[in-house]
Each structure stands twice: as structure tokens, then as C-alpha cells.
Write a protein that binds this ligand. Structure first.
Ligand code: PMP
Ligand code: GLU
Length: 397
């Protein structure tokens, strides 16, 4: 019998990152000796002040539909905090709260592209970007970057790509998932000028804005070139910085027209974000600073610890992450000795032989690589490194 599923839906793949995270948790629950560094989420508990605010919201009956774009106090707080942080004024009407940054990015794409439009995506990319563009009938234009430019888009490369035709939108992510790439002020400024001159729109995914290390600083494109505000959607949220991934609160900041359309789309598609989570997110934005800094410092320590040990393992190369909580490692020199044809088989073998679960680079457009998340306790990181080292020693000689 013919499937009832539409052609459009049958083309959608599972999110590998989410699927592998679930697999790691299931294996652990079954009591298997597995170490999983698949998680793209902080392992810390959500800070108590934030949890208390959610409990109060429930007790106070703040459990009804909210305005589609989010509760006014949260939009005001986001507008205030981000106007200061970005150095560009945003009003509460220019803030749309959604069910996580992922949802904000989907809304942003819906608002900025028409079917058939190209969206420029820099590879390695976060796994959901190309899928979202395709779901919306757009065409991902993948720009493959490599170690020769530190996995960064250079102005020369950008101009060359544009000479092949101007995509409607650039989907940009710094600090990046999976490689932890952080663009410095000057390099980002040059790219911003090109975006501005080309009249493209821009989605700037800044969900890892708080997590930078070793002297790296996060800059938003709108800070460096404020006139970009009218054609840019800045996306962030509370998931990574405040360890609130399951609460599902993200937000987008954009000029009034874009924000209005985005909220209108959201009003029909999903109604409004969860009311209780919004009150919790308000607490995070207004009183969460101390906890955020505590967690950020812990990530910085883990990054140092993890990087020091990883640097001693032979046969691998990787860009030094300046932000986020991942190491994206080229393991392709081991493929022949392991008798595998790519990152997915490599990860299967690593799981079979060492009980270590990583995310294959194929999920991010790079089949030579695998992704380690260091969003785990030091004991877990240590065990993961022991297992990875044993695997490399076995096959690397
Ligand atoms: N962008 C990037 C680059 C991410 O890694 C994630 C992680 N999930 C998101 C957006 C989505 O964040 P959220 O959990 O708030 O939807
Ligand atoms: N962004 C995280 C990751 O890359 C969470 C999983 C997801 O939302 O895809 O692992």
C-alpha cells in the first residue's frame, strides 16, 4: 500500500545529534559500560533560582497562553540586556521568544526565504541547518571550509562564492558547533561589509555567545556593523549559557518588520512558547549571571584539561576551539587501519570495541571528523580519553 507520508516529509532525516544522545542514555540505563560524549548540552543542573521562579509561576497560575511573541517582561528584559550587550538598540517589539533557539532559527528562515531561494551554510555546520532549509523548500549552498583557513570563511572566499550567484541569506554561527570556531573582530567586520554590500539577509546564531575561552571574545555582526540590524536576525537563548536545554526557550532579535512577521508565523504554527519556561527564562536573564559565570568557568577548565590530553594523542588533528563545548577532530588517518570507510563506521567501531560514543562528522558535513563534547564531568572526560587513546594505539601503532 502506498505510504500516507508526504514526499516532503519522507525526505526528512532524524537529527543525528539528538538520536545519538538518546542512544547513549539508553545504553547507560541498560547498565552497559558506555561513555557518551555526544551531548550538545551542559550537564549541570538548571540553577536553583531559575527552578524556583518556575515553581512560583505554576503556583501563581501563570499557566495560560501568553502573547505569541512571548511575555512582555521577558521581551523587555531581553531587549534591555541585548541592547547593552550588542551596542544596538532593540525594543521589546523587536524580540520574539520561541521554543528554543532551534525554533527561532526555523522561524527566521521561514521569515527570510522563499521556496527555491539559496541559503549559504558554512561547513562544518550544525546538523539541523541544511534540513531546515530543505524543509522550507530552500536550497542549501554549502561552502566547505577546512584547516587551511582555520575552518573560517575568508572575505576572498566569500566574494568568490557570491560571484557564482548571490544567496538570499547567510546562516552564520560563531562560536560554532561543531568546531568551536570564534571569529575575531577584524575578520568578522570584513564579512559583515560584504553581507551589507550584497544586500543579503543574515541569520546570526549566537547560542554559544557566553562560552568562549583562552582570550577569544564573541562579537555579533550587528555590533560591528549596526546598519545590518534591518536585515539580520540575531538568535540566542538560555539553553547553553544557563543550562536550560529542556525548558525550550530561545529568542530572536530583529528589526520591527521581520520580528512582526516572525511572530505572526509563530502565532499560527505553535501558538506561544511555554508560559512557565518563559518566567524561568526571565529569572535567568535578570538574576542568573552568577550561575552562568560559574558554569562558564567550569567549561573553561574542562576545555583546558581535555585539550591537554587530546594534544598528546597521535594521528589526529583538530582546530583549537575558541568557544562552545566541542572538539572536532580529524581521525581520517586511522580509517585504513581500522578498515572503515567514513566517520559513521569509525564511530560504530569505537562504540563496539571501547564503549565510547561520539558523533560522526558526517552529521556536520565532514566525513573525516568526529565530534567530542566536553559538556561532561572530568571523570567522564577522563574515561572517554582513556578509551579513545586505547583505540588509537591499537590502530595507529
Ligand atoms: N544552534 C546551535 C549551533 C546549536 O548547537 C543548538 C543546540 N541545540 C541550537 C542552535 C539550538 O538550541 P536550543 O536548544 O535553544 O534549541
Ligand atoms: N545542538 C546540540 C548538538 O548539536 C543538541 C542536539 C540538537 O538539538 O541537535 O548536539
Amino acid at each position: 500500500m502506498a505510504s500516507a507520508v508526504s514526499k516532503r516529509a519522507s525526505g526528512i532525516e532524524l537529527s543525528i545529534t539528538l538520536a545519538l544522545n538518546t542512544r547513549a542514555n539508553e545504553l547507560k540505563e541498560r547498565g552497559e559500560d558506555v561513555v557518551g560524549l555526544t551531548a550538545g548540552e551542559p550537564d549541570f543542573d538548571t540553577p536553583d533560582v531559575i527552578k524556583e521562579a518556575a515553581k512560583r509561576a505554576i503556583d501563581d497560575g501563570k499557566t495560560k497562553y501568553t502573547p505569541a511573541a512571548g511575555i512582555r517582561p521577558l521581551r523587555s528584559a531581553v531587549a534591555e540586556v541585548y541592547s547593552e550587550r550588542l551596542g544596538v538598540p532593540y525594543t521589546p517589539d523587536e524580540v520574539v521568544v520561541s521554543n528554543g533557539a532551534k525554533h527561532s532559527i526555523f522561524n527566521a528562515l521561514y521569515t527570510l526565504i522563499d521556496p527555491g531561494d539559496e541559503v549559504m551554510i558554512l561547513s562544518p555546520y550544525w546538523t539541523s541547518y541544511p534540513e531546515m532549509v530543505t524543509i522550507l523548500g530552500g536550497r542549501p549552498r554549502i561552502v566547505e571550509l577546512d584547516e587551511r583557513t582555520d575552518y573560517k570563511l575568508t572575505p576572498e572566499r566569500f566574494e568568490r562564492e557570491l560571484s557564482r550567484g548571490r544567496p538570499r541569506t547567510l546562516l552564520f554561527n560563531s562560536p560554532s558547533n561543531p568546531a568551536g570556531i570564534v571569529y575575531g573582530r577584524e575578520e568578522l567586520e570584513s564579512l559583515c561589509r560584504i553581507v551589507c554590500d550584497s544586500q543579503m539577509s543574515l541569520i546570526s546564531d549566537e547560542i554559544y555567545e557566553y562560552l568562549t575561552y583562552d582570550g577569544h571574545t564573541h562579537f555579533s555582526p550587528v555590533t560591528l556593523l549596526p546598519e545590518l540590524k534591518e536585515r539580520t536576525i540575531v538568535v540566542s537563548g538560555v539553553s547553553k549559557g544557563f543550562s536550560m536545554t529542556g525548558w525550550r526557550v530561545g529568542f530572536a532579535l530583529a528589526g520591527t518588520d521581520i520580528a512582526f512577521r516572525s511572530a505572526a508565523f509563530q502565532a499560527h504554527a505553535t501558538g506561544c512558547p511555554n508560559s512557565i519556561s518563559q518566567w524561568a527564562a526571565l529569572e535567568a536573564m535578570t538574576k542568573g549571571e552568577e550561575d552562568r559565570l560559574r558554569m562558564r568557568d567550569a567549561f573553561a577548565r574542562r576545555k583546558r584539561f581535555f585539550g591537554e590530553r587530546l594534544s598528546q594523542i597521535p594521528h589526529i588533528t583538530y582546530p583549537e576551539p575558541g568557544g562552545a563545548f566541542y572538539f572536532f577532530v580529524n581521525v581520517s588517518k586511522l580509517y585504513d587501519a581500522c578498515n572503515v570507510s567514513g566517520s559513521s563506521e569509525f564511530c560504530d567501531k569505537l562504540l563496539d570495541e571501547q564503549g565510547l560514543l561520539l558523533v560522526p562528522g558526517s552529521a556536520f558535513g565532514c566525513d573525516e571528523m568526529v565530534r567530542f563534547s566536553f559538556a561532561a564531568g572530568e571523570g567522564e572526560l577522563q574515561r572517554a580519553l582513556d578509551r579513545f587513546q586505547a583505540f588509537v594505539e591499537r590502530y595507529g601503532g
